[in-house]
Structures are given as C-alpha cells and as structure tokens.
Write a protein that binds this ligand. Sequence first.
Ligand code: FES
Length: 332
Amino acid sequence: MPPSVAKVTLSNSNCFSSTEGASILDSAKTAGLILEHSCRTGKCGVCKAKVINGDTCLIRPETSLSEEEISNGIILTCCRTAKSDLSLNISDLGDLGKIQILTLPSRIDSIEFVAQDIARIVLRLPPNNSFSCLAGQYINIIGPTGAHRSYSIANNFNSEGKIELQVRKIANGIMSQYWFNAAQVSDLLRFNGPHGTFFFRSKKERRIIFLATGTGIAPVKSMVEQFEQNPMLVKDKIIEIYWGNRTPEEFYWEPNFRKIEIAFNLILSRKNSDWKGMHGYVQDAALQINSNLEDAVVYASGSPIMVDSAKLLLTLNGLKEDCFFSDAFYSS
Ligand code: FES
C-alpha cells in the first residue's frame, strides 16, 4: 500500500501535503514552505508547534520537550509525521522558501588559525554558482571521509562567492582531524545548504541583542555584516553584542564598522584577575545592562546550555517569547 498523504494547515492558512513517514518539517520543505527549525534532530526545540487538530506519530525522540509541553499538545515538527489532516499554530517563514538548498563543490581559499583551537576557513565557490543564503544560516560540509558537519556561515555571503567558517577543534573529532592536521589550500570540499532559520527578523522592538558563546559569534558576525551593508535594516535600532569565552585569547574577532554602531561586550566565564571586562555569563550581562527586555529582540547562538538558560532568564524578565531566536551548536 502506498504511504498515506495528509493535509497540514498552518495558522497563516498556507497548507501542504505530508507523506506518512516523512517529518512534518521535511514535508513542508518539499512543498516549498520553510518552518522554523535548527538541529532537525529533536534536540534544540526550535521547531515546536501546537497541534490544534489532528493526529501525529513519533518518528524520532522529542528530546527537548517537557512532559508539560507534551501534555499541552506541543510537538516538534522535525520528530513527527502526520497521521491525519492536521492544523498547527505556526506559520511558515515566507521568502525563506524561495532559497534553494544545493549541494555544491568548493575549494579552500585560505586557512588561518585565529586562536588556539580555532581556525578561520574561507571556501571559494565556483564562478556563476547559484548559491544564496540569509545571514545567520549554516551549511553542512561533506568531509573527505564522508562525514557531514554543520558550520555557520560567518560572513555576509555576496557576489565574491566566498564562505567563511569559524571552526573549533573538537578532541578526536573526525572533521577536526582534517581541519587542523590535513586541510590544504585548494582542497576540494562539497557542501550542502544553506540550512537553518537563524536570521534577522524585521520587528518593531528597538533593541537588538546578540548573545554568543565561542564560535557562536560566527552567525552574529554574518548578521552584523549584513547590517553594515544595508544600514536601513537597523535604522533607529540599538545593537548590542555579548560574546562569552573562557579565556581572553579566545576573543578572536571584533566589529569594525563605519555605518553602524555596536555596543560590543566581552564576557569571561572563568575568573581571571588580569581581565578588566565583565565576568560571568552572557545572558546575565545582557540583563545587567538591560533590566527590562520588553523592547528587545534577542538572537542567541552557541552552547545549548547558554541558549536554554538565556531563553528562560530573559523571558522571565520581560522578553517576549516570539522575540527570542536561537541557534544552539550541538556536537555530532
Ligand atoms: S528540535 Fe526540531 S529542529 Fe531542533
């Protein structure tokens, strides 16, 4: 018997067909609609939706849902398939659906070790490629051994056809072995993308707060480069970045823009008596400077612990739930 097909209706009235066995997230994508998502594996919780009507069936564990959310009819669209016609309380992300996900070849243009255990890799795409993305999205690199690893694009991709990645060395990581011991300029690497829904949203709130830990600064850098290229996007906005690392040596980037102003805050998580800046966690620092977050939009990227704690803390202090966007980096 062929798999059954169900109709999924979203809160903005867009609908798509979902094939039994395929995740709701993937079925939407097949139909050209992009739903909010990040990890695609049940870990980050970004693809949460409430089922208004209909039945779904689990195809992978919904690791990031609480018992309470499950009993309130919340599902993860990357973890469930439609069992009947469904209506969900979420909308698709409009124009993101027009961006094509491609598998393309690239060559390593440069490799630079910008801090201990952090490499800045620039990939060069073939001339006349049709790759496009939104600042903040990520790609999956297909390594020489066939392993796939996700990396945020760290620049505002443009007509130069270059993609910057910021790679942290992972002990015994297959791709780390390659990046830090074997990779050479001009190596050929394939990648697939762009992916993810971590990108700048035009919202009425005046304050734009970026929280990043470690290489989580990469998609933030991409977004603020986009602002520098098109300052009208952030006209009359206040932009703040809070970047956390364990040691001072890990701060390998600083904004240097002419058209936009950024309050750039470096936060050290480990005590260091020589450090003149703030100590602690990025979300605490953001709250220390902004006691009320009602007029803020927060973009958080980096460690899952930071992303979860930030969401909890900041929404308890006035941040609206729909003004928090995140990209949690899970190790493979
Ligand atoms: S939990 Fe579904 S995209 Fe992360």
